[in-house]
Structure formats: C-alpha cells, structure tokens
Ligand binder design. Structure first.
Ligand SMILES: Nc1ncnc2c1ncn2[C@@H]1O[C@H](COP(=O)(O)OP(=O)(O)OP(=O)(O)O)[C@@H](O)[C@H]1O
Length: 613
C-alpha cells in the first residue's frame, strides 16, 4: 500500500543511453567553449528578460525536489508510528491525505516547472535565432567569402537547436539533480551517518565500473560515428551524382561500396552496444547490493534499537532514488557543455562587425545617370595581395562596357567593387560625379541590377520570382517585362503559367529559361546600371538568340557592364576592357583593339581558330 504512494516519486531510472557513453559518461561535446563565463553571461542576458517566470521555475524546482524527499520520509515516519502502536484511524486518514497532497503537489510543481521553462527556452532561442538571422543579413560580403555556407547554416540550425534542447530540459534536470542529491544526502546524514556511509559505499564501485566499460565503448562509439559519417557522405555523394553513376553503369559498384560501409557500422555498433549494455546491469547489481547492505546492516541496527524500521525504509527508498540524479547528471553534463559551445559559436557570429554604416552625410540619388569612373583603383581580398591594380576607365551613361580576360584576371572582382560589396584599397570609384562611398549603399544598389550566369531563383511562383526585381509591380507589368525579355511564351507553355511553382534549386526549368527569367526580373527593376555575366554553358541556338534579344532590350539606355566569355558577342560594345593579372591591359572598341594587334586580338583570333576547328 505504501509502495503505491511511493511509486510516483520514483521516476523510471533512465537506462543509460549507450549513445551518451561515447565520451565516458555523456555525449561528447562537438567543441568546448572557450569563454565559459562570458557565454553563460550572454545566455543569461537572454534569459533575464523573463526574470519573474524564471524565479517561478526555480521555486517550482525547489518545491518538487523537496516534495520528492518528503514522500518517502512521510512513509518512514508512518511506519514507525504504526510499529509503535501510535497510529489511530484519524492519523491514518491524515497521513493518507497528506501523502496524496504531496503526490499531487509534486506532479503539479514538476508540470509547472516544465511548461514555464519550455516557454522561457523557446522565447530565448526565438530571440537568438532572430538576432542571428537578422545580423547575418547585415554582415558584409567578405564574411561570407571566408566561410562555408554549410558551416553558417549549422550555426543557425544545429547550434541554436542545441541551446534550445539544453534550456528546455537539461538545465532544469541538472539543477534539480544537484538539489535532489544534496537534499537526499542531507536528510540521510541527519537520520543516520552510518547508514549514509553504507548506502554510498557502492558509489565508487559504480564509478569504477562505468569507467572501465566506457573506456572500452568510447572508442567503439567513436568508430561507429565515424563510419556513420562516412556512410552519410557516401549516400549524399552517390545521390547527387546519380546521373553520372547511371550514365557510366556504375550502380553495382556503388551498391557494393554501400554494403561495405554499412557492414562496418554493423560491426562497430554491435560491439559498442553489447559492451555498453552491461552498464544498466552493473548499475542494477550495485544498486541491489546497496539495498542489501542497508537492509541487512540496517536490520541489525534496528534490532539493536539504534535506528527505527521507518528510517531503514526511508534509506532504502532514498538509495533507490539517488542513482537517478547521478545518472542524469552524467548524461546532461556533456549536453550542457556542448550547448555552451554551440551558444559561443552563435555569439561569435553576432560579434562580427556589420557592413560599415553609410557615412553620416551619405546621399541618396533619386535618379542615376549611370556615369561610372574608376580612378586608379586597386584592391585585394587579402592584405598585401592585390587582385586589381591601378584600374582607370570611364563608362558614360548608356554605354556598354565589356570585361574580358583570362580566368582569374579580376573581372568578377571589378564587379564586386562596383556593387560595393568590397571597397577599393586605394583609388576611388565615382558614380554620377559622387565618390561611391558618399552614396547610400541601399540607394546605390537599388539603381543596379544583375543578370548572372547562374541566376538565383527562390522557391515560389514564376511571377513572384520575376517580381523580386520590383515588389510593387503589377501583374501586367510582370507580364510586360517577361514579353520584353522573351520569357513570356515559354512561361505560357508551362503548366500553371506564371503561377507555376519553382524549386529553389531551379529544377524543372532549363538554364536558358532561368536566364530569361533573370532578364525579365532586371527589366522590371528598371536599373540605371546593369551587370551581366554571360553564360558559359552551352545553350541551344534558338534560346541563345532569344536571350541575346532580351539582353539587348534590357541594355537599351542603361550603362551595362558585361563579363564576356565569347568575344563575338561583344563586338558592338562601346568599350572593351581587357584585364590580365589584375591590370587593365588594353581598352577600346572591338575594331580599335583588333587594329592594335595586342592581347585582345590574340584572344579573339585564338577563339576564332578554335571555332573553325
Ligand atoms: N573571396 C575571395 N577571396 C580571396 N581571393 C579571391 C576571392 N574571390 C576571388 N579571388 C581571387 O581573385 C582573383 C580574381 O578572381 P575573379 O573571380 O575576379 O576572376 P575572373 O576574371 O572573374 O575569373 P573567371 O573568368 O574565371 O570568373 C583570382 O585569383 C581569385 O582566386
């Protein structure tokens, strides 16, 4: 009967998760935090926004930990009263009602602490995620140039998720485990120091046993993780390279490769789990040993009269109870470390300097003529290594400027400066008579549009993708732009027409069609300065003519910078800038440059020869 009341307090002992044993007693943190206190302080600054609720949570944790101790204690006291013959029917009823109240309150306080903490944790990560995402969009382009996209993604998703799950459960669990351990120890010492010593006699054995096992399973789990990582990489690689695999009939070989890797996981996982499977058995065995010691020696002490039966019952229950927080602590500790390391990685990004603010007196131009002058401009991504050297040229409004040169010459870099993703290390870029740095970035970019080789499409309808050029454009304007871009007819042939949903990776639409959409988008944006990156990939002649027509319409009346790969497409350019090793080697019209008989003429003739072959 008493047992029925005690049970609710005895939370199911978590069988140690073999996964968590990879690094000893808990999940191995991916990285250790470098600045513990600083990071904790910053997490606190988020949590502190909900001080009142947080205080309530702490109060509930205190209450539930206390109630978890009170239950077994009341049972012990009642047993002593019963043995001493002091129990009356009214004291029984009081006891039963009291125990029921303790049980109900325990559940209530545990429930409240959980839901309030989840609320606080979710709000905290909501804000962190928001801060991180909005900060990411204020960071300058060089930040992205130096990092892998996947790595940044992992900070917004995995690292934040790590903080979230730790705040949700681990933080409370660690706090309540410490409280329960200290409380249990305190009450036990107060009741009987000797029985306390006997109860805890098995703890060093548990620690030694765990160490012995985890030292063996740790490397096995690591190996399994490595094998798993290898398998995941293999799956990703073979799925993305599916066309090539099929084209070269390599399916069998790929499946054999998978089988080998799959088998390696099977073997390492078998040993890791078999050996770590001993842990719950060991814990159980030692727990029972502790139980037997307390019951045996406690029984002798009870016969001698130095402790009561009630005290033994309390000890037996507490002894069963204290392994839970011990296990919890072991399990949660590394999760906590990993979350702090995750939070640190999030704060690292938050500490990155935003794109420099525009100068106080920065101006916004209502209209841009498109007059661009580079005046002795030099630039390098890394200090001391110039990529562009002393570039000077002028583009008058409406002119078409072509950039040519071998790969790595600096054509894209020049465009990056024009868009002010980077600033020159020396020299100045003048737009419509104003140094570029004195024009507000957003204003400058609003007068520009880009049609790049690999035009980016968002997941959404064709209409939405075109409207990205000007968000307030009407449906009619979107269609008019598409007609000018030569995109309308292929859109209308598609199922759902303008409402056809495109995938972010651009699947379901050809490279040429993507270019036509990008041209429509740029026409809609109606920019003064255009940047075109000519497609290198082969596109069928009909589409190429369409693209060319669309581009010509787009370029009319705008200053255009065209990165050209096929020299015959830029013969009509007003000026061709020939770049080589970051220097402006030659500039002039097609005919002028051919007459000069320099590098351009060499390039042009070599392309002609290749075509003829
Ligand atoms: N983010 C970057 N950080 C450091 N170096 C870079 C970066 N981007 C480009 N570079 C280097 O700058 C040089 C010029 O590159 P850029 O992309 O401007 O050449 P490009 O003329 O456009 O070449 P391509 O025709 O192949 O596109 C190259 O040596 C390249 O390695």
């Amino acid at each position: 009967m008493f047992k029925a009341f005690i049970e609710p307090f005895r939370q199911p002992r978590p069988a140690l998760d073999p996964e968590s044993l990879r690094s000893g007693s808990g999940r191995k943190p991916k990285a250790r935090a470098k600045n513990w206190s600083g990071t904790l302080g910053r997490i606190w600054s988020y949590l502190a926004r909900r001080k009142v609720k947080l205080s309530l949570v702490l109060l509930m944790v205190l209450a539930s930990s206390g109630l978890a101790l009170l239950g077994p204690y009341m049972v012990g006291v009642a047993v002593d009263q019963f043995i001493a013959g002091e129990a009356t029917s009214s004291s029984w009823i009081t006891f039963l009602l009291g125990l029921t109240a303790v049980y109900v309150l325990f559940s209530l306080t545990s429930w409240l602490q959980n839901i309030w903490m989840i609320e606080i944790a979710q709000e905290t990560v909501f804000r962190m995620r928001y801060d991180l995402f909005s900060h990411l969009h204020k960071l300058p382009i060089p930040f992205f140039g130096k990092r892998q996209q996947g790595e940044i993604m992992s900070r917004v998703t995995n690292d934040i998720e790590n903080v979230s799950s730790t705040l949700n459960s681990s933080a409370i669990q660690i706090f309540s485990s410490v409280l329960t351990l200290l409380g249990t120890l305190g009450v036990m010492l107060w009741l009987s120091p000797l029985l306390t010593l006997l109860t805890f006699i098995v703890v060093p054995l548990m620690a030694l046993g765990m160490r012995w096992i985890t030292r063996r399973t740790g490397p096995l789990f690591k190996e399994r993780q490595r094998n798993l990582g290898e398998l995941n990489g293999y799956i990703e690689e073979t799925l993305s390279g599916q066309r090539i695999i099929k084209a070269f009939s390599q399916e069998e070989r790929v499946i054999r490769g998978f089988e080998e890797r799959n088998m390696r996981i099977r073997i390492s996982a078998f040993w890791a789990q078999t050996i770590s499977g001993f842990i719950p058995k060991l814990m159980n065995g030692l727990n029972n040993l502790s139980f037997a010691i307390v019951a045996g020696i406690g029984g002798i002490l009870a016969i001698q009269g130095s402790v009561t039966v009630g005290v033994i019952i309390i000890f037996v229950e507490y002894a069963r109870q204290f392994t839970r927080p011990l296990n919890d602590l072991a399990n949660q500790w590394n999760t906590l470390l990993s979350a702090i390391a995750g939070a640190e990685r999030v704060f690292e990004v938050l500490d990155e300097d935003e794109e420099a603010k525009d100068e106080g007196a920065a101006i916004a131009l209502d209209k841009m003529e498109g007059n661009v002058r580079f005046d002795n401009v030099s630039f390098g991504y890394d200090e001391g290594r110039d990529i562009l050297r002393g570039i000077s040229f002028q583009a008058k409004p409406g002119e078409m400027i072509a950039l040519v040169g071998p790969t790595g010459a600096g054509k894209t870099t020049l465009i990056q400066l024009l868009s002010r993703f980077y600033d020159p290390t020396s020299g100045v870029i003048i737009v419509d008579g104003h140094p570029m740095t004195s024009i507000r970035r957003d204003n400058l970019r609003s007068h520009m549009a880009f049609v790049l080789q690999d035009s980016f499409l968002f997941q959404g309808t064709i209409r939405e993708n075109i409207r990205f050029g000007r968000l307030d454009a009407t449906d009619e304007e979107v269609e008019a732009a598409s007609k000018l871009a030569n995109a309308h007819s292929f859109i209308m042939r598609m199922k759902d027409g303008y409402d056809r949903v495109l995938q972010a990776d651009g699947s379901g639409i050809s490279q040429g069609q993507k270019q036509l959409l990008a041209i429509a988008r740029a026409i809609l944006a109606d920019p003064s300065i255009l940047v075109l990156d000519e497609a290198t990939s082969s596109i069928d002649t009909v589409t190429e003519i369409k693209i060319q027509e669309g581009l010509e319409r787009l370029m009319q009346g705008r200053t255009s910078f065209v990165i050209a790969h096929r020299l015959n497409t830029i013969r009509q350019a007003d000026r061709i800038l020939v770049l080589k090793d970051g220097r402006l080697l030659e500039q002039g019209s097609h005919d002028e440059l051919l007459k000069q008989g320099g590098f351009y003429s060499e390039l042009y003739h070599s392309q002609l020869r290749k075509k003829a072959q």
